[in-house]
Ligand binder design. Structure first.
Ligand code: SF4
Ligand code: SF4
Length: 375
């Protein structure tokens, strides 16, 4: 007998996700999107009822880390199921079709769904040697990106290679690698999701936002969604209190490291890197790099391979960062401020002990005598 329930809810149930679990996920998505948790009900309705968009996933000059992150689930989660229910008509790494059959799928989407599909681009686009460094089905990555992104309703550049050029574009950039924005200028509704790799939760959140509101979320000057890249790692870091208190790890494995002190002196780029890692976490929120005791290496920022290295040192020359930068001064001032506060607190405690010992009245009387105030 045919299953008359909503196909999406039936799929959730088949994979062991309860309705309560689904609603919890929608509330969490609202939180990730920096919306009131009550918007979760609206998100749930949209996910259940909206037709899922067709998505084509192009992969160019990269390590496939973003595809890995996309496919990462150790157990099926609601997010995976939502991504699974998207109509992914072309994805070189996971599709069963190969050769001409696969390329025909891509051509069909571009032809028949012009202006109505979402293109996801992973990897940078090499432009040297007329694009010969990366060709698929006899066409260069540059030609494919122009044709596919040119006809898409929106393009999501995923990972730092697609958004900023990444490792392939690091000096000396032998292949002339460019980001999507630079290789295909003027592409409609371009959304950048940088990081190495991008967090799949943020990709799901963009799709959920689109399904719920029929438009894409607000972007910053690098075309990154504000909900995910609006605050620095440093703003929300769980070690921030140690930074403010001037408590730093000085060497790997020292007492400060064991106590979870701030990693700034070990080269942490959290003060100049913007992403929601502290809030969203990685691997189903199991943990995140700084939570594991490793500094942020700034993977979500432009040119991070060139500008954020060496990873375990302060880097001079990066705007707002490096020795004698504002951040260092803030750290020093914060440390000085804390020291002053401790000193003041110490004086207060000393004063209290002093008063309770009776020396206060002796000293007050002596002082009054000197001023001729005693009768
Ligand atoms: S410097 Fe790094 S470890 Fe320290 S508080 Fe900032 S982000 Fe966290
Ligand atoms: S903590 Fe920093 S380096 Fe690590 S994933 Fe987040 S943005 Fe990238």
């Amino acid at each position: 007998m045919a299953d008359s329930r909503d196909p999406f809810l039936a799929e959730l149930e088949r994979r062991g996700v309860s309705r309560r679990g689904f609603l919890g996920f929608c509330g969490t998505m609202a939180t990730v999107l920096a919306l009131p948790r009550s918007v979760g009900a609206q998100i749930a309705e949209a996910i259940e009822t909206q037709e899922k968009p067709t998505l084509v996933w192009l992969e160019f000059q990269d390590c496939a880390g973003n595809s890995e992150a996309f496919l990462r689930a150790g157990r099926p989660t609601t997010a995976d199921i939502i991504l699974d229910t998207l109509s992914v008509d072309y994805h070189e790494t996971i599709m069963a079709a190969a050769g001409h059959r696969a390329e025909e799928n891509l051509d069909r989407v571009v032809r028949e769904k012009a202006g109505g599909y979402i293109a996801v681009v992973e990897g940078s686009i090499p432009t040297g040697a007329n694009g010969a460094y990366c060709t698929i089905g006899g066409r260069s990555a540059l030609d494919i990106a122009r044709r596919v992104c040119g006809g898409a309703a929106a393009t999501i550049a995923i990972g730092t290679c697609a958004t900023f050029g990444g490792l392939p574009a690091a000096a000396p950039n032998p292949t002339g690698a460019l980001s999507v924005a630079d290789a295909v200028p003027g592409v409609k509704n371009l959304i950048n999701l940088p990081a190495c790799p991008a967090n799949a939760e943020n990709l799901v959140a963009v799709v959920v936002y689109y399904l719920t509101f029929g438009r894409f979320p607000a972007l910053d000057r690098y075309r990154r969604p504000m909900f995910a890249y609006g605050k620095s790692i440093h703003d929300n870091c769980e070690r921030r209190a140690h930074y403010d208190a001037g408590q730093y790890v000085e060497n790997w494995g020292d007492e400060g490291h064991r106590l979870g002190y701030c990693l700034y002196k070990m080269g942490c780029k959290g003060p100049v890197c913007y992403q929601n890692c502290p809030n969203v976490g990685w691997n189903e929120s199991t943990n995140w790099p700084i939570g594991c005791g490793h500094p942020c290496i700034g993977c979500a920022e432009p040119d991070f391979w060139d500008k954020m290295t060496p990873f375990y040192s302060h880097v001079a020359g990066f705007p707002g960062f490096g020795l004698h930068s504002n951040v260092d001064r803030v750290g020093l001032l914060a440390t000085a401020g804390v020291a002053a506060a401790f000193a003041a607190h110490g004086f207060v405690q000393l004063g209290k002990r002093w008063m309770s010992s009776g020396k206060h009245s002796e000293a007050t009387e002596a002082s009054a005598e000197q001023k001729g105030e005693t009768s």
